[in-house]
Unconditional design. Structure first.
Length: 166
């Protein structure tokens, strides 16, 4: 698990974090079933065209699954989860969960008013309360393969420099 997490999460800059919530290997293998289905459609016309269409459809579908995966990032004092962005100064203390705690937080304890970026097949989860009185969203619930690193990046982003810059 650590090798997979190390590849999907990378530190950009001091205090930065970026992770693409790409589908698991089993989802990608299942998605590759599109290739033989597309080939079957074109098989009565021409077997060569069927093979080409199948390969193109399979590669295109798997590529789109990966390209459209949401990105979770903490950069320049902003938490980005999918299409949403929020300054980390408006966030409370992040809580990193894994295992049974994360399963419960994604299931019966899930707050329907929270902002969710949850990817199936990713065990880790970070819950971050929103401290903005004008925001109707009480918290953000974000999947991560390395929830401890994401929570640490949010904490680092919340720390302001103690000395003025010259």
């Amino acid at each position: 698990m650590q090798k997979t997490a190390a590849r999907s999460a990378r530190v950009q800059a001091p205090g930065g974090f970026r992770e693409r919530l790409s589908p698991s290997l089993w989802v990608l293998v299942s998605a590759a079933v599109v290739a033989p289905m597309a080939a079957l459609v074109f098989a009565p016309i021409d077997t060569t065209a069927a093979l080409v269409a199948g390969v193109i459809a399979g590669v295109l579908f798997v590529t789109l699954l990966i390209a459209w995966s949401p990105v979770v990032a903490v950069e320049d004092g902003v938490l980005r989860a999918g299409r949403a962005r929020i300054p980390v100064e408006l966030l409370g203390e992040p809580v990193a969960l894994s295992g049974e705690e994360a399963r419960a937080a994604r299931g019966p304890l899930l707050d329907p008013k929270a902002w969710h970026v949850i990817r199936g097949g990713i065990d880790g989860l970070v819950i971050v309360p929103v401290n903005d009185g004008d925001d109707p969203t009480p918290s953000w619930v974000v999947s991560s393969r390395t929830p401890d690193r994401l929570a640490a990046a949010i904490r680092r982003g919340q720390v302001r420099p103690r000395t003025p810059r010259r």
